[in-house]
Write a protein that binds this ligand. Sequence first.
Ligand code: AMP
Length: 113
Amino acid sequence: MNNTVFGKIIRREIPADIVYEDNSTLAFKDTSPQAPIHILIIPKKLIDMPQNITTQDLEIVGNLFFAAKEIAKKLNITNGYRLVMNNGEEAGQSVFHIHLHFLAGRKLNWPPG
Ligand code: AMP
């Protein structure tokens, strides 16, 4: 059972502002946005951390990046966007269901903090 907050969003037990969905992927707005556009792109399958991705997951994980491209097209984002995936608490992971952060709408600093 996926008891993370994202599992609850996938099962529609809690609301989310969904911006994209396909067979294996769901994307919705982050409730604590770090940029004017901040979307989380997640697999419907529970994978807790990037370090636990297996060879069986490669298509699912690739689909996250495909979804990002589709979202950029849909939102007409032409100025660039950043895709970030945190692995582990030290790197900032707080929800243990992998997710790609899609950030856009302002100049993004590099390196990130
Ligand atoms: P991370 O810290 O990389 O694990 O990212 C988790 C993200 O999930 C954070 O940016 C949170 O703001 C976001 N988040 C937590 N709960 C929700 C929720 N119910 N709906 C949308 N985003 C959420």
